[in-house]
Design a protein around this ligand. Structure first.
Ligand SMILES: [Zn+2]
Length: 417
């Protein structure tokens, strides 16, 4: 019976795309979708998601952090749960699919299971995490941290750009933030966490694949660098007597690019730079910039950081300028569990797709969920690798393919013993 439902022509994909369109209307305005944490739009989305969950045979509620949680009961009550989910929030002027697809697709899968009256020895919980992007309060992974028991309660006093504290925003949203510590899950009640998400990169599209299984979420280090040279008159200081901070920074930036280009699995970016005094006729005496280095393999990233720092220091000595570098952020990579990777791979194959494994260069809720359970991720192709932009797009066929694979995965899911 179930097999027949699965093979109906992309009917899950069509439902998913319609629902993603509907969800995208809860937006603060402007191009694309802007839906921040604990706003009116978040509340509207939460109500709609809960109604879909009810239709799919789940019992939904909104927790103290603003996560929407729907539970599809197991054959026996109080069985441990497989958690599947993604985030409801977006960046400013983001797209319809980043996060939202990973909420809507599993609800459609559960709906298909519910239509057939299929239940399992394990429960399934779909979670629409309240805030992954961190746009409103500059703190990421709020929802998944609450579930993992690593939510920073001091952060409730952080304010948004209008001076509203997170605590008051949540009260306005309709929850009691003091209850957030109670949301921490007992790891024994959770069998694993799986997220399905758009790739946000071009690899699947370039290889003509609809889906890929994620092996790791890349770790990252962000440095701030400041080069101090000597400001001087642009007309009177000869070229061979200069201590130009900005040209030294330019060489350092190219060194980052050159090093990272030669090492597979490594990416490096300088996203910000400023020069002082910043006048057209003055040799820059001061340049500050950032360096962002990421890799799925932590050792590769650490070696790269070390090598790049040595190279930049050497070029600064040669150019007669001083350099200071400090770490402003560091997170280790997060490995997906081999047993979940294998079961996702099997679901991809069973659904008739070629196997593909890849690394996620972007951060995801799994980084917080890893604290309490094993994690797995599935990526679906997105057009041009574009995300965090109104032009974000997926096809109906791929929306359907992701849901079919997820459904196959759930049907054959074997908790690790
Ligand atoms: Zn996302």
């Amino acid at each position: 019976m179930l097999e027949k439902t699965i093979k109906l022509d992309q009917n899950l994909g069509i439902q998913i795309m319609r629902r993603l369109d509907a969800l995208s209307l809860f937006s603060e305005g402007g191009d694309g979708v802007t839906r921040r944490f604990a706003t009116k739009e978040h509340r509207q989305a939460a109500e709609m998601i809960q109604s879909w969950m009810r239709d799919a045979g789940m019992e939904p509620h909104v927790d103290a952090a603003g996560n929407v949680i729907g539970r599809y009961q197991a054959i026996t009550l109080d069985a441990p749960a497989l958690i599947i989910g993604s985030h409801q929030d977006t960046v400013r002027q983001g797209g319809k699919y980043d996060g939202a697809y990973g909420i809507v697709a599993p609800i459609s899968c559960i709906s298909a299971l519910n239509d057939e009256g299929v239940h399992f020895p394990f429960a399934i919980e779909v979670i629409a995490f309240c805030d992954e992007e961190g746009v409103r309060f500059n703190t990421t992974l709020l929802g998944s941290r609450a579930i993992a028991g690593t939510f920073d309660m001091d952060g409730l006093e952080n304010t948004d750009s209008n001076g509203v504290t997170m605590s008051n925003a949540l009260k306005e949203f309709g929850t009691n933030p003091n209850e957030i510590p109670d949301l921490a899950r007992n790891p024994n009640s959770v069998l694993g966490f799986v997220e399905i998400h758009i790739e946000q990169g071009p690899i699947l599209e370039e290889e003509g694949l609809a889906l890929g299984v994620v092996t790791a979420i890349a770790g990252g280090t962000r440095l701030s660098a400041r080069i101090t040279g000597l400001a001087g008159h642009a007309g009177t200081v000869p070229m061979d007597r200069r201590n130009d901070a900005l040209t030294a920074a330019a060489e350092a930036i190219l060194a980052v690019e050159s090093y990272c280009s030669k090492v597979p699995g490594l990416v490096g970016t300088v996203g910000r730079i400023s020069a002082a005094p910043g006048a057209v006729n003055v040799i820059p005496g001061d340049a500050t910039f950032t360096i962002d280095i990421r890799a799925g393999d932590d050792n590769l990233r650490r070696k790269a950081l070390n090598d790049i720092k040595v190279e930049i220091k050497a070029l600064c000595v040669r150019r007669g300028v001083e350099i200071e570098m400090g770490t402003i952020h560091e997170s280790d990579g997060c490995q997906c569990a081999p047993w979940l990777i294998d079961q996702l791979d099997a679901a991809v194959t069973t659904s008739g797709h070629p196997q593909k494994r890849l690394i996620s260069g972007a951060g995801h809720d799994g980084m917080a969920m890893e604290y309490i359970t094993d994690i797995g991720m599935l990526f679906i192709r997105c057009e041009g690798g574009i995300s965090h932009h109104p032009a974000e797009a997926i096809s109906v066929a791929d929306a359907d393919a992701g849901a079919q694979v997820l459904l196959n995965f759930i049907k054959n899911f074997k908790p690790q013993t």
